[in-house]
Write a protein that binds this ligand. Structure first.
Ligand SMILES: [Zn+2]
Ligand SMILES: [Zn+2]
Length: 238
């Protein structure tokens, strides 16, 4: 086991200086795996799709790390340096948690469906995209959102250009909604396409999408933030 490939991460295709070994014996960088699993509910090996238990911690395997360092010292040092630089850059980014999905409630007196008169539109649902971070307004991040409804809807392609980025309608069946998010130009981030399975279970269902943005792009550009004075909130009286 002395080929560099044995220590390579199949995600970034480099020698891994923070290797994590999965139960299936595949090796990846800790950071690469964390990124890959970030918004996923279920984790599987990116190579062989073996399920990874929710209890499994993505811990660096120090034995493999030492082996890689010993066998390929130059590459190891180079990758360590690269990773450190990356971490410094990342410390300046803000993780924006974008929620997308649908809310749902039952309609007390439903009307008959236009496309299928044998059923009634007893579900009222709202499909939405919003930023969950406190202190970040969705409209400061999102330019517009395109929701593509089922073809039986009138004007199935709906583009929402102002907050709240959502639309409410009534229907009888579920379907998959492609959601295209166009971010604010200043973020220089390509459109994101997410797919949401409309849910009529209880209050609805939604998921997260994580977007990393350089802090300078979100912080209000006021003189106060430039000098980096942190306002300390006084503790509330009890
Ligand atoms: Zn990697
Ligand atoms: Zn595997």
């Amino acid at each position: 086991m002395e080929s560099q490939q044995d220590y390579e991460c199949a995600i970034c295709l480099s020698l891994s200086c923070e290797p994590v070994k999965l139960k299936c014996d595949h090796i990846f960088c800790q950071r690469c795996l964390e990124r890959t699993f970030e918004d996923k509910e279920k984790r599987t090996c990116p190579m062989c799709r073996t399920k990874i238990s929710s209890k499994f911690k993505l811990k660096v395997d120090t034995k493999i790390k030492e082996e890689a360092k010993e066998a390929f010292p130059d590459e190891f040092e180079e990758m360590t340096k690269k990773l450190e630089e990356l971490k410094i850059e990342e410390a300046k980014t803000i993780k924006v948690k974008v929620e997308y999905g649908n809310k749902h409630k039952l309609v007390p007196l439903p009307s008959k469906s236009r496309s299928k008169p044998s059923v009634s539109n007893k579900h009222e649902w709202t499909v939405f995209v919003r930023v969950a971070n406190e202190g970040i307004k969705t409209e400061n991040i999102v330019e517009k959102v395109k929701f593509e409804l089922h073809e039986t809807f009138k004007n199935p392609t709906r583009i929402i250009e102002n907050a709240p980025f959502q639309l409410t309608t009534k229907g009888w069946g579920t379907f998959e909604i492609p959601i295209t998010i166009t971010w604010k130009k200043s973020l220089k981030y390509p459109d994101t396409v997410l797919y949401h399975d409309l849910s009529f279970e209880g209050a609805g269902e939604w998921k997260n999408y994580t977007l990393r943005i350089h802090e300078d792009l979100i912080k209000p550009k006021t003189s106060a933030s430039k000098v980096k004075v942190k306002a300390v909130k006084p503790a509330p009286f009890k």
